[in-house]
Each structure stands twice: as C-alpha cells, then as structure tokens.
Design a protein around this ligand. Structure first.
Ligand code: CIR
Length: 265
C-alpha cells in the first residue's frame, strides 16, 4: 500500500491537447458546441495551473480521430506501482486507450495492458489513501471492475464497487479527494455508505459541478464560477485555484478528466 497522501501528492501529469474534432465530442445534453480556440485557451490555463501546483506536465499531441481524447483520464489509471490501460465504455472512445497505452510505454512507463472485454472509465475511479472506489455506471460495468480489482488487489489495494448516481456520467463527476480523510461530494453522494469513514464536505446546492475538483499537492484546483464552493474550501483551510472549464463542461468534462496525475514514487 502506498504512503499517506499518495492520492493527492503528485510529481507529474500527462495531458492531451484537444483537437479540432473536440467540437464533435460526446455530450449527454446539447448545450452548445465547444469552440476550439476557447477550448485550447482553457486547456492551456489548466496546464499552467498544474505547473503552478508543482507538476511536471507532458503534453501529448491531439488525436483528431478521437474527439474526446482530451479527457485522457478515462483511458488509463496511474498508480505508484504502474499504469493500467483502461477500456472506456463509449464506443467512440474504446480505441483511445490502446493508443495511449502505447505512448505511455514508449515514454518508459510500466503499462499493464487491458485484458478485459468489460468496460471501465477512469472517471469512475476515485483513488483515496485508504480505498479505491469504482463507480458502476453507464460506462463502467462489473466485468471491467472485476478485472481492475484483481490487478489492484495484487498490488495491495482495497477496492470497492459503488454506484455512480443515476444520470451522472462518472462517479468523480460528483466527488473528489481533498486530503487523506476528507472528500468533497454533491449532496446526492455525501451520505453514501462508501464515505462513512470520511469527513465529507458537501458542495452547496446549485454548484454540483464543482464536486469535480482536484487536489494537487498543496492546492485544490476548482472549476471557476462556483463561488460558494470556493468559499467553503477556503473556510476549511484549503488553498484553491479556480480554473475555467466552460468548454470542457459542454462535453460533460471537468478538471479531473483532463489529466493523468502521476504519484511521487
Ligand atoms: C465523454 O462523454 O466521454 C466525454 N465527453 C467526457 C468525459 C469526461 N471524463 C471524465 O469525467 N472523466
């Protein structure tokens, strides 16, 4: 098992630039087409925020054939023991993971290739210091979960399947880790059994999207435009940095989805 803080202390991150095809990315509800230039600008701001949080960021080239590939988190899981190739559940995204796995192996990472015919999206995996929670969702099924669990258990982790709330894309759309014993969650998740041993800060009503924040070393990156959540976190003693995600959010994407964060080893 990894040292305390490994779930939010990182040394590096890998991101992928958005391609022009991002305009055709998947969305549950059409609230407008993302604008490529604005997306690119927000992505660049995101990278700078990760760098300010002391991460060394590797930027991979865009993959035009995969409109959603900027949401790189869904295709791999990075832990101190190695990188696991995942199997995104959206048909248009399944091929992304193999490409990414090849790139990561080429960069020198130890990559476990996916051998499941089930599905598992990184957005459904919440790594905490004590347990790895995996939300079963429209993108993550039991078979994908069982496969991942067997790998993670062989590395000594406790792994638990939980339920991603209905009509929520990913488990982590609704929660994030703030420290070794605290999570930030929406009201619909805050009372969940899986958080019984955590202190839960509940995102104020109307700001549900702010639950997809990321603690990176000493800073919590929060989506810009959610003042009540920002105030709550500051009041609780966290240093925050708001980051704009107006374009990714048109595709149901947020802060966690756009990077693979690599633990200090
Ligand atoms: C998708 O539907 O797959 C993308 N439009 C959004 C993925 C967001 N990823 C994440 O929450 N981890």
């Amino acid at each position: 098992m990894s040292p305390a803080g490994f779930a939010y202390r990182f040394a590096a991150a890998i991101v992928r630039n958005p391609g022009r095809s991002v305009a055709g990315g998947i969305r549950a509800v059409d609230l407008g087409t993302p604008d490529f230039e604005r997306f690119r600008l927000e992505h660049a701001k995101y990278v700078r925020a990760l760098e300010r949080a002391k991460l060394q960021v590797t930027v991979l080239s865009e993959l035009e054939a995969y409109p959603d590939s900027v949401f790189i988190e869904d295709a791999a899981l990075c832990l101190p023991e190695g990188v696991v190739e995942l199997r995104p559940g959206a048909p248009s995204r399944t091929g992304e993971a193999g490409l990414l796995a090849g790139t990561l192996a080429g960069l020198g990472y130890d990559v476990i290739r996916c051998e499941s015919d089930g599905y598992i999206d990184g957005g459904d995996i919440l790594v905490t210091d004590t347990v790895i929670l995996v939300g079963l969702s429209a993108r993550t099924d039991l078979s994908g979960f069982e496969w991942l669990k067997s790998i993670l258990e062989s590395w000594g982790y406790t792994v638990q399947a939980v339920r991603t709330p209905d009509r929520v894309l990913h488990f982590k759309s609704d929660c994030s880790v703030l420290d070794s014993h605290t999570v930030l969650a929406t009201e619909r998740l805050s009372g969940a059994e899986c958080f019984a041993s955590f202190r839960v800060l509940t995102v104020p009503r109307g700001e549900e999207a702010a639950a997809n924040s990321i603690r990176v070393n000493d800073t919590v990156l929060v989506p810009a435009g959610y003042p009540a959540t920002a105030e709550l976190l500051v009041r609780e003693g966290y240093a925050i940095e708001p980051v704009p995600v107006s374009q990714p959010s048109l595709l149901d994407g947020g802060l966690s989805c756009m990077s693979l964060r690599l633990p200090v080893t």
